[in-house]
Design a binder for this molecule. Sequence first.
Ligand code: APR
Length: 229
Amino acid sequence: MKKKLVVLTGAGISAESGLKTFRDSDGLWNGYNIEDVATPRAWKKNKQLVLDFYNMRRKDVLNAQPNAAHTGLANLQKDFDVHIITQNIDDLHERAGNKNVLHLHGEIFKMRSELNESFIYEIRKDILLGDVANDGAQLRPHIVWFEEPVPMIEQAAALAEEADIFAVIGTSLVVYPAAGLIHYTKKVIPKFIIDKTIPYSALYNVTAIEKPATQGIAEFIELMQKFIA
Ligand code: APR
């Protein structure tokens, strides 16, 4: 039986693919106010601004390619039962060949009715004001905004509980409930953190790899060899 490797990823894993993180010095939240583009209030106040912001994000992702960290995790599927819980809205894990990817904060290539969360559609181009769902309501990005519930969190917590090994790659761990997932893991299991800068610690049985994701992944894969069942 392959061991269950559960990996929580954030914007840092896609940084070397050219996608901006949120809180680094050149991050997205340096150029935008969260309240203006990523809250239900923002949507009420200025739909065009919100659509423009996410239409840009969609173009950025279309132009980006998976990097060695995404493909490294995909390669680990040979020897491990890999489950990725990502806060990212990009599809780089999928494009790298990862089979089990749970998107906690939504997906940039999906849109949905602003009134009915179950009316979801694929979108590669821009969402325009006036584009409507089958229920006649304006379409919005299929993104979990601040102040909105995170529907996938229970599934993610269950995965964390079942993990034989848990890794965290490229996230500042400041946004809850995602940041709390590590606390659902069994205390004794090996945990790994890969991040360019690691400000947090104090967890039991953690190996910290303080490197950019594309370099850290090589070290991680090396360390994983001893856990192959
Ligand atoms: N390799 C590894 N880690 C990196 C790299 C890199 N090349 N570049 C940056 N990082 C790290 C940073 O050190 C930081 O810890 O990635 C993390 C990025 O943190 P954030 O910008 O806060 O992104 P994230 O944790 O994914 O944000 C969580 O916040 O705004 C919301 O919904 C948005 O899903 C997002 C959530």
